[in-house]
Design a protein around this ligand. Structure first.
Ligand SMILES: [Zn+2]
Length: 404
């Protein structure tokens, strides 16, 4: 079973209940004595705050282990205390996933893209039914849902979660999906660009902030990217950060693009552009998956088109990699399975980036093969639901007799 860890955090160990829970979630603390040692709090204070978290139901104490001659019990996030859900909406797919609050992924499955309708209300009704059905399958009540994240292959204005000029579904322009989900649930709903969710999914766990600089690039029918800087998603001023796909490329466009940039990277080197280019030359190619397969089979014309796209993408990326200095460049999406494309991209990147930037640079494939954005969505929802400030607020409310 996949288990999701929180993103590395710069949150200081202040010793509030929410901070203590974060230390347990991130694996830094496994017992009350770990918590006392890390925070410098008196064991009696740690005991009181752990009791708050046990009472809230988010923490559980299990098992026994030898510790200093006495039996020490282990602290864990209580997976039974709730669930979060994620929906990843793609141009040709929908994924739905559910995890418990301990980060255990209970289910992550592809659903028919026919769930997506030009009417966002109809779409949300259908997606909600899918989440309900999945919750029932894994034996969880919908009343235990604590948060939801939705990935969209389009720019999403933040913090209001408005979808802006979506090429995949033009009628959703300016739509706030959270408003439609609010007809079904009162839990927080995060709508996020899918490449950002993908970057969140690929950010290393374990709290190593030094390595938590990630540029995730989704190479599919379209091109998108997400940025994690020191463990935090970099969304920019209003959510548009990472839209590298509309950078001007040197080649000729094969498809039109909604941006007004002539020969943008997406119109030149995306999977959709390559399929269109080959069709224009008389080839019959169904989709990007077939394109990648033909490249793997050594079709000379396809291999050359893939190599040229790799060079174009590598050239565009090198400017961003020099600028941002990531530790990881993660390549995902169907086109990232193309050997000729990735080899050309890597060669161009290492040829044109500063030596200091490439010294420890890891250009790698996605670690999680399937449902990347859905995994990122679950991680985002978990980090939001179990955010130290929110947990502290819940503890405060439970002490004053307020509702959860
Ligand atoms: Zn464009």
């Amino acid at each position: 079973m996949t288990t999701l860890s929180p993103l590395p955090s710069t949150t200081p160990a202040l010793g509030t209940p929410g901070n203590l829970l974060q230390l347990v979630r991130s694996g830094h603390a496994r017992s009350r004595s770990d918590l006392a040692r890390i925070t410098g709090l008196a064991p009696s204070t740690v005991g009181l705050r752990v009791n708050d978290l046990l009472r809230l139901g988010v923490l559980t104490e299990t098992g026994t282990g030898a510790h200093g001659g006495r039996k020490a019990r282990h602290l864990k996030v209580d997976g039974r205390s709730g669930i979060v859900a994620a929906v990843d909406i793609g141009a040709s797919h929908v994924r739905v996933a559910i995890a418990d609050l301990a980060g255990n992924v209970l289910s992550d499955e592809q659903r028919s893209s026919e769930l997506i309708d030009a009417d966002p209300g109809i779409t949300v009704d259908r997606l909600w039914s899918e989440i309900e059905a999945m919750a029932a399958t894994v034996g969880r009540e919908m009343s235990s849902l604590r948060g939801l994240a939705v990935g969209i292959p389009a720019p999403v204005s933040q913090p209001d979660g408005r979808i802006v000029s979506p090429a995949f579904m033009p009628s959703w322009n300016q739509v706030r999906l959270a408003d439609w989900f609010a007809l079904h649930t009162s839990v927080p709903v995060h709508v996020e660009n899918d490449a950002n969710l993908y970057a969140i999914a690929e950010c290393p766990a374990g709290g190593d902030l030094h390595e938590a600089h990630v540029l995730a690039v989704k190479l599919g029918t379209r091109i998108g990217s997400g940025i994690i800087s020191a463990g935090v998603v970099h969304r920019g001023f209003n959510g548009a950060a990472g839209e590298i796909s509309h950078t001007r490329a040197s080649g000729e466009a094969s498809i039109p693009c909604s941006c007004s940039v002539p020969n943008c990277l997406e119109s030149v080197a995306s999977g959709g552009a390559l399929v269109a280019r080959l069709r224009q030359s008389g080839r019959t190619i169904a989709d990007t998956a077939e394109l990648v397969q033909l490249g793997a089979d050594g079709d000379p014309q396809v291999v050359e088109v893939l190599r040229e796209a790799g060079r174009e993408i590598g050239a565009a990326l090198s400017a961003f990699v020099n600028f941002f200095n990531p530790h990881d460049v993660v390549l995902g999406g169907t086109m990232s399975n193309s050997g000729p494309l990735v080899a050309a991209l890597r060669a161009e990147l290492f040829r044109t980036c500063l030596p200091l930037v490439t010294e420890d640079l890891d250009v790698r494939s996605a670690r999680i093969d399937t449902g990347l954005a859905s995994m990122g969505g679950l991680r985002l929802a978990l980090d939001s639901v179990l955010h130290p400030h929110r947990v502290d607020q819940l503890v405060g409310e439970s002490e004053t007799g307020g509702a959860r």
